[in-house]
Design a binder for this molecule. Structure first.
Ligand SMILES: *Cc1c(COP(=O)(O)O)cnc(C)c1O
Length: 345
């Protein structure tokens, strides 16, 4: 797939590592039915650029290039109180000498605390220009358009980055990741049988699926929902993947059956900790010294582990976990992640 006609800013030098996880694989296998348990590999997208990395960096490379092409001086975006996406967008703005404003949705009432740790702390340290807090279910696009209108009154020009950076343009970031992976599989001589990726605003899952289809990479992708069950999540991913191939002008129809996700691990609610997440964060930290996060990757890895224990993967199947980042929010959930508070399974 030819991405060269889309302007792109670069925030990472070279590919992120693709690595085998020997000690984690061994620990997981010990808890799987006898004779089963996959080999687990990791794509370190937590090591992308824009302090300290994560999947939003890839999307922002295309979105911010578009903002600059349009002459914008301020990035406007939205997210939850501990949003990695808001933090990454703010970092991109700083790199480009732009300003940045957020609209924060309190998906859990009273959950936005300006003095909180984790990403909230980073918002302040990195110097966000303004934050508008709105209640759950608000029309986020309208709220961001209001911010843009306020800027226009001062003679400034805002660029609205959609929630999670997930539109067709942002999804190109994960087409680029698919191409990077294809090259790494070839150069490292790695045969991956299945990919496990988080599925939220869907730019990552949808973009990767579009990239796999467009590059004839015949590896099934399993999404783990971070906020929705498959009945609600799969149509979003399908729409995103189709929008990405359409933007590229490719004559591809994404089959509904290519969109697979599992929804059990996000409960009780988006961003609210559960015991399986805590186990996943602790096991990966203590076997490989790799940090997951409580809101996304902890639950996504809990999904991989849960599927493995149910015998979902063939014995010795090579499964690739896409590490989409998020570690700063660990610090907003320290007691939970250390197992000091009681949580639901
Ligand atoms: C945003 C995010 C996701 C989900 O990715 P989407 O593209 O929104 O589906 C997964 N992991 C982390 C750490 C994130 O910040």
């Amino acid at each position: 797939m030819d991405l060269s006609r889309f302007p792109r800013r670069r925030y990472t030098q070279g590919p992120t590592p693709l690595e085998f996880l020997p000690r984690f694989t061994e620990a997981l296998r010990a808890s799987c039915p006898a004779g089963s348990g996959p080999n687990v590999w990791i794509k370190r997208d937590d090591m992308l650029g824009l302090t300290p990395g994560g999947n939003k960096t890839r999307k922002l490379e295309f979105l911010v290039a578009d903002a600059l092409a349009q002459g914008a001086d301020t990035l406007i975006t939205c997210g939850a109180p501990q949003s990695n996406h808001c933090r990454a967008t703010l970092c991109a703005a700083i790199k480009e000498g732009m300003k940045c404003r957020f609209v924060i949705e309190e998906r859990v009432p009273k959950s936005y605390k300006p003095e909180a740790s984790g990403n909230n702390f980073l918002f302040r340290l990195l110097g966000v220009e303004a934050i508008t807090v709105v209640p759950a279910g608000s029309n986020m696009l309208e709220a961001m358009q209001q911010v843009a209108a306020d800027l226009a009154k001062e003679g400034r020009k805002g660029y609205i980055v959609p929630g999670g950076g997930s539109n067709a343009l942002g999804g190109l970031g994960y087409v680029a990741c698919a191409q990077e992976l294809q090259q790494q599989f070839f150069e490292q001589g790695v045969q991956i049988d299945r990919v496990v990726v988080g599925s939220g605003s869907s730019g990552t899952h949808g973009g990767l699926l579009a990239g796999f289809m467009g590059n004839h990479i015949n590896i099934p992708i399993v999404g783990i929902g971070v906020s929705r069950d498959p009945v609600d999540q799969n149509p979003l991913v399908h729409k995103e993947a189709q929008a990405v191939v359409d933007l590229l002008g490719l004559d591809i129809t994404i089959p509904r059956a290519a969109v697979v996700s599992y929804g059990d691990w996000w409960r009780p609610k988006y961003s609210v900790p559960n015991a399986a997440m805590v186990e996943a964060v602790q096991v990966l930290a203590r076997t490989e010294a790799i940090l997951l996060d409580p809101v996304y990757t902890g639950k996504i890895m809990a999904g991989l582990m849960g599927l493995a224990r149910k015998g979902f993967f063939r014995a010795d199947e090579n499964v690739l976990f896409i590490h989409t980042g998020g570690a700063p929010s660990l610090h907003a959930y320290e007691a939970e992640v250390l197992g000091l508070t009681e949580l639901t399974a």
